[in-house]
Design a protein around this ligand. Structure first.
Ligand SMILES: Cc1cc2nc3c(=O)[nH]c(=O)nc-3n(C[C@H](O)[C@H](O)[C@H](O)COP(=O)(O)O)c2cc1C
Length: 217
């Protein structure tokens, strides 16, 4: 499965089968996490037994049922942390999708129960529920390209493909509070219009844009 196919297949899944993830896939996820932690200066951790990370009270509030496993998104704390978590965390989400797993980014979770290792100078930003879904989720309601683009003149094909993939990105409460600006020199700016966890969103959006545009920006 290509990354584009994974983007199109992925939807947040909030109801999971109790089945554990097989050892072979755990190993694949851990290899991917190792690679992403190195490039992103992060400390993402796959916690096989999610325990009470998503407890009953939270389930009632968010509708996210208990997933068998969880990824704790931890990293060296500086002003780029949230965006790095979003960018590299989404690479992991798309990888998980490509090996048949389902996920849901979750800002609402029990930080004490997750059992993550958080070293000095690090912060735990967010969680990602992971496992086999009872369903595959469904496409989210989306803004149209004109609502998120700032560009003068002609828009190159790669830019439009990038925007198309960015609009399929998960964002907190589906807020899609970002603008993608195409500058005259064809450089790109991602503009944060605020909102809850919007810097994590922006990292995720950048990840999707680059995959669609087939270039680093
Ligand atoms: C940063 C972030 C935080 C999120 N937090 C939660 C959450 O706490 N609970 C939940 O059920 N979904 C959460 N989501 C999932 C979004 O609601 C979901 O991505 C959005 O509605 C779009 O749907 P889709 O992911 O199926 O495309 C979060 C997503 C992101 C990116």
């Amino acid at each position: 499965m290509t990354e584009i196919e994974a983007i199109k297949d992925r939807h947040s899944v909030r109801s999971y089968k109790p089945d554990k993830i097989e050892a072979e896939k755990i190993a694949m996820l851990n290899d991917k996490i190792k690679e992403l932690n190195e490039v992103g200066n992060l400390h993402l951790q796959l916690i096989e037994d999610a325990g009470n990370t998503y407890n009953k009270l939270l389930n009632r509030v968010t509708g996210l049922g208990s997933a068998p496993s969880v990824i704790a998104c931890v990293g060296h704390d500086d002003e780029t942390l949230d965006q790095r978590i979003g960018y590299y965390g989404e690479k992991l989400v798309l990888f998980a999708q490509s090996i048949g797993l389902n996920t849901c980014w979750a800002g609402t979770f029990n930080k004490k129960n997750i059992g993550a290792e958080v070293r000095d100078g690090e912060s735990l930003v967010i969680s990602i529920a992971i496992g086999y879904g009872n369903d595959k989720g469904k496409p989210h309601r989306s803004k149209n390209p004109e609502q998120v683009i700032e560009a003068k003149g002609d828009r190159p094909y790669w830019f439009n493909k990038g925007v198309e993939m960015a609009l399929l990105a998960p964002t907190a409460i589906n807020q899609q509070k970002f603008v993608i600006r195409l500058n005259n020199d064809e450089s790109i700016d991602f503009i944060d219009k605020g909102g809850i966890l919007s810097q994590v969103d922006l990292g995720i959006v950048k990840c999707h844009f680059e995959i669609g545009a087939e270039r680093k920006v």
